[in-house]
Design a protein around this ligand. Structure first.
Ligand SMILES: [Zn+2]
Length: 243
């Protein structure tokens, strides 16, 4: 039985005899894995389609969930790759790792596919804004995982105006009106506004992350995400290269 799907390539891993085991995020937002036999041979016609974040049409052969299914074909439809754009390549590695961990086999979450497609298109159009796009993706990913409290009202007193000064594990975002915080530890002013930008912008308008508030917010969300993931190699590489 052959199943053909639109999907985004996540991680290709070398397998014996020059094969590759490739993980995908399908159009339904489910993680699927397949074996591409002989994919590393120069003659293999589909080899270029296995770059992380490529949008492809992929055919799987075999019984679902029963075994490692064979990849029968893989046609490249869109690649976010821009030659010479280092930040963008590093960010693509981070996004592939993140979605490879978050997406699950046998569980469909179409939001994941929409988010990754949007970020991938934005990276192609604006490779120089790759780090903003990564911060945007991290924010929505944490939201999809149910781990990002809504910033509209303080989690303790319900205040919707006072600046947010802290993200607490059990109450969510806390405001200056009800939470005394050492000024050195309080989040900088503008957190609420930055979170609102993240929630309302499309990926191609991902907000800048230069301001103090945006920087603090990005660090907080990234740390939360990486704690959940238990660390990712692509992030270690990126930290060495650009951050
Ligand atoms: Zn409050």
């Amino acid at each position: 039985m052959i199943e053909t799907l639109q999907a985004i390539v996540l991680r290709p891993t070398p397998f014996h005899d020059g094969g590759l085991v490739v993980s995908f995020l399908t159009e339904h937002g489910e993680r699927k894995v397949g074996l591409a036999k002989g994919a590393k041979k120069p003659s293999a016609k589909w080899v270029s389609a296995f770059e992380p974040l490529s949008l492809v049409k992929v055919g799987f052969f075999g019984r679902e969930l029963a075994e490692l299914r064979r990849i029968t074909r893989c046609e490249l439809q869109h690649s976010p790759l821009t030659l010479g754009a280092l930040d963008s390549s590093l960010v693509m590695g981070c996004l592939a790792d993140l979605f490879d961990r978050v997406a699950k086999e046998g569980v469909e979450d179409p939001r994941l596919f929409r988010l990754l497609s949007a970020c991938s298109r934005a990276l192609k159009e604006q490779p120089q804004r790759a780090l903003n796009i990564l911060a945007y993706a991290e924010h929505w990913l944490l939201h999809c995982m149910g781990l990002l409290p809504h910033p509209k009202a303080c989690g303790r007193c319900g205040n919707g105006e006072a600046p947010l000064v802290l993200l607490s594990a059990d109450l969510g975002w806390l405001c200056a009106a009800c939470t005394p915080v050492d000024p050195a530890e309080a989040l900088p002013p503008g957190i609420r506004e930055h979170l609102k930008n993240l929630r309302t912008c499309p990926a191609e308008a991902a907000p800048e992350i230069e301001s103090r508030a945006a920087k603090a917010c990005t660090e907080l969300i990234r740390a939360r995400l990486l704690t959940e993931m238990g660390g990712l190699r692509s992030y270690e590489v990126m930290h060495r290269m650009v951050l």
